[in-house]
Write a protein that binds this ligand. Structure first.
Ligand code: SF4
Length: 366
């Protein structure tokens, strides 16, 4: 049977009815839902108009649509976001949570579990609640400056489930070569969301916040995130074989990335596909150097440090059992940051490091 993906135009700003209609088109079975965790893209503490994060109006509509179940929003807080409160305020998520009286789950704070990736990366820590709940993946469609990633959508958004600064370690260890894409796909496959709802309403060409804001006006919905990303690649006129994550998904046989095996419902994709411009070589190179520097800096210098005796809870809950009463085993620590929330005697950085981090973040301009 073909994988169903619905592409639906938002009319009269009615995002709620658009998603509802898309769910009908793909015959989504609500009865298989457990309690729900909505995973948006909150990669940066920026205004939603900059096109870097999922629209709060869309997240609000998803919350209201699924309120028959216990629902929460969850994300790992990026190291470069200047803290949870600031991130939630800037991205409009605070308002969504308050209005709907639902909880925001910071992934680093939640109890962790280890998933094993069968390559050099090995152990990765993610919050336990992801395997206990139904995950609804709500990515923002973005043009990406990395020449092999090209676009950020369903597969890449699930990388945000990885707690703490492990993400920087993974970028650095894999040098963003083939192993990086394999790791992202394996994470997506292990945490497989039950549903993907893509915010493809306002999308910048070239790069978020910098290029031309294009009012595409679509919401794309499907149960298989790889199939959804494949349809999106058509929508923005990129050959799927030029997108590393889709090419490697085919090799690893994860999801459906052959367009002939996908039933596209709603709009006629050939009639609505849009050509996007991409950043020039110099900008891409600059981005890659700065992002690399930032990730190396984070992976090398930011680590848990002890300022007193460590409490039992913290020792028990370290997912890699790297903590003892007065010491940390840095060889096994994977920098998930969970200990920061289970101990009063662990800190991660000092003021000088924070200042360097902020400068690198501004320069990398992610
Ligand atoms: S020591 Fe802290 S950061 Fe390292 S793995 Fe354990 S809980 Fe995570």
């Amino acid at each position: 049977m073909k994988s169903k993906v619905a592409v639906v135009k938002v009319k009269d700003n009615d995002i709620y009815s658009t998603i509802e209609n898309a769910l009908k088109l793909i015959d989504f079975d609500y009865s298989k839902l457990k309690d729900i965790i909505i995973k948006p893209n909150l990669v940066s503490a920026s205004d939603p108009n900059e096109g870097k994060t999922t629209s709060p109006e869309l997240i609000d509509a998803v919350v209201r649509l699924f309120k028959i179940k216990k629902t929460g929003i969850g994300e790992s807080i990026p190291y470069t976001a200047y803290g949870k409160e600031y991130l939630l305020k800037k991205t409009g998520i605070n308002e969504v949570c308050n209005k709907n009286r639902i909880e925001f789950n910071q992934f680093e704070k939640m109890e962790q579990e280890i998933i094993t990736i069968p390559n050099n990366i090995g152990k990765i820590s993610v919050p336990k609640l992801l395997s206990k709940n139904s995950v609804i993946n709500v990515p923002k469609l973005k043009i990406h400056l990395h020449s092999k990633i090209k676009m950020s959508c369903c597969i890449k958004n699930m990388f945000g489930c990885v707690s703490g600064i492990q993400k920087s370690l993974i970028h650095t260890k894999t040098k963003e070569k083939k192993e990086f894409f394999e790791t992202l796909l394996l994470i997506y496959d292990k945490l497989k969301p039950i549903l993907n709802i893509v915010d493809a309403i306002n999308v910048y060409d070239i790069e978020p916040g910098k290029g031309n804001k294009i009012n595409l006006g679509y919401i794309v919905v499907g149960e298989d995130g790889v199939a959804v990303d494949t349809v999106i690649s058509k929508l923005i006129s990129i050959n799927e074989d030029k997108i590393a994550l889709l090419k490697i998904a085919k090799e690893l046989k994860i999801g459906i990335s052959n367009i002939n095996d996908i039933e596209i419902l709603g709009e006629d994709i050939d009639k609505i596909k849009t050509k996007f411009n991409f950043a020039n070589r110099t900008r891409r190179k600059y981005f890659s150097i700065m992002a690399n520097l930032r990730n190396r800096y984070i992976s090398k210098f930011i680590k848990p440090r002890i300022k007193g005796e460590i409490e039992d809870k913290c020792i028990d809950e370290c997912p890699t059992k790297s903590i003892e009463r007065k010491s940390i085993n840095y060889k096994t620590c994977i920098k998930c940051e969970h200990c920061l929330y289970t101990s009063n005697n662990i800190y991660f950085e000092n003021n000088v490091l924070t200042k360097i981090r902020n400068i690198l973040h501004k320069k990398s301009n992610l």
